[in-house]
Write a protein that binds this ligand. Sequence first.
Ligand code: LLP
Length: 438
Amino acid sequence: HGTTKINRHGRLEIGGVDTAELAERFGTPLYVVDEALVRERCRQFMDAFRASGVPFEVSYASKAFCVKAIVRVVEEEGLSLDVVSDGELYTALEAGFPAKKIHFHGNNKTPEEIAMGLDAGIGCFVVDNFTEIALLNAMAGERGIRAKALLRITPGVEAHTHEFISTGQEDSKFGFNLAGGAAFEAVKATVAAPHLELLGVHSHIGSQIFEVEGFRLAAEKMADFAVEAKSKLGVSFPVVNLGGGFGIRYVEGDRPLPVAEYVKAITDAVKERFGAHGLPLPSIWVEPGRSIVGDAGTTLYTVGSVKDIPGVRKYVAVNGGMTDNPRPALYDAVYEAVLANRANDAPEETVSIAGKCCESGDMLIWDLDLPKVNAGDTLAVFCTGAYNYSMASNYNRLRRPAVAFVKDGVAELVVRRETYEDLVANDVVPERLRKLPA
Ligand code: LLP
C-alpha cells in the first residue's frame, strides 16, 4: 500500500527508501511515515468534499499523531486541526498552524487550556458540558471577546465496526445528550451567554467504523435537532460536524470503504435531511484522525530473543512493544507484519511477536507466518501511524522511538529518539537523598 514495496534486494522499501538503510541510520524501533500517503489521504477527503459542492471543513484529529512535522503537512494540504489538550495546542502553534483553523475538543478543558485557546485566537471550542459553557463564557467575557462554540451532542448512535446501534439514551462522559433534553438546554444556555457565539452542533459516533449507516443516522438526528432549535428557539446551526471514525485496513479482512464514499454518504445525508426540513444547508465538517495517518505508518523493530516451546508456540521478541504500540494490549488490536530484510522469503513458521516489557500482556502479534526468523532480522509492523507514537509511554523506562518521514527516496528525522538524559530530565533528588561525592 502507499509507496511500500519490495525492492530488487528483496527488502521492504517505503517512500523510495530501503528499510535496511532506515534501521541502520536511525536505529530501531523506528516509526516510518510515508508522507506521500498521508498527503493522498488528506486529498481524498478534500477532493471528495470539493466534488460534493457543499461548504465544508476537514479537520485532522491530531490526537492520532501530533508532532510538528505532521501538523505542517496537514496545513499544506488545506486541512483544519483538532486539538484536545494544551499540549496538542502548543504543538500546533509551535508548528505555525493558523490559530483560526484550530478547534479545541475535550470533556474537561481546564481554565488554563481555555485561556491558552482564547489568547491564541483559535477558531472554535467544541463545548462539551454545562460547566464549560459557563467557564468559557466567563473567560471570554474577561477578555472582552465572543468565543465561537460548537456544541458536542451525544446523539444516541453508537457505531461499531460492522454494526451501529441507536440507543436513544446514551451513557457517555461526552457531550450533551439529546435524549432527556440536555442538548436543547445547552442551545438555550449558549444563545443566552453574551460572550459565546453558537456555531452549530457536533457529534462523534465512534472509531474504526466501516459502514456508513451510523453517519447517516447521526446526520438525521442532527437535522431533527436543528428543526427543534429553529422552531422552538429561532436558532439555526451554520455548522454541522459529524466527527471522525472512518475505518482503515489493518489486516486482511478489514473492509473500509474508499474515503470518498464516507464523504458522499455524509454530505448526501446532511443535504437530504436538512433539505427535507426546509433548513439552509450548513457547512459540513468532519474530523478524521486514523484515516489520515494510520496506514502511512510502519514500525521497524529488530528481532532479539527467540523462545520455542515445542508443540506449543514460538515467541519472537522485538526491541519494542506495548511502550511504542499499546493497542494490542489495550484493545486486542491486530496487525500484519513482514520481515523487512527478507520480504520475498516464503513463510516457514508461525510465530508470536512479543514485546520486551516486563509483563505477559506485552504481545504485539499472535500467530504470524514468517520466514525462519533470526536475531538481528528487521520486523516491519504495518499500519502503526495512528495512536501509536501518540499513546507511547516510557514504561520500564524505555526511550520513545524516533520518527522518520520518507518521501521520494529521502528520509528525514521528524522526532529524534529519546535519550537517557531525556528520561531523567524531570527527576529531582531532594538534597537529603543526594549521594555525597566520594
Ligand atoms: N473526533 C473526536 C471527537 C474524537 O473523539 C475522535 C477520536 C476523532 C475525531 C478521531 O477519530 P478517528 O478518525 O481517529 O477514528 N486510541 C483509540 C482511538 C480513540 C479515538 C478517540 N477519539 C485507538 O487506538 O483505536
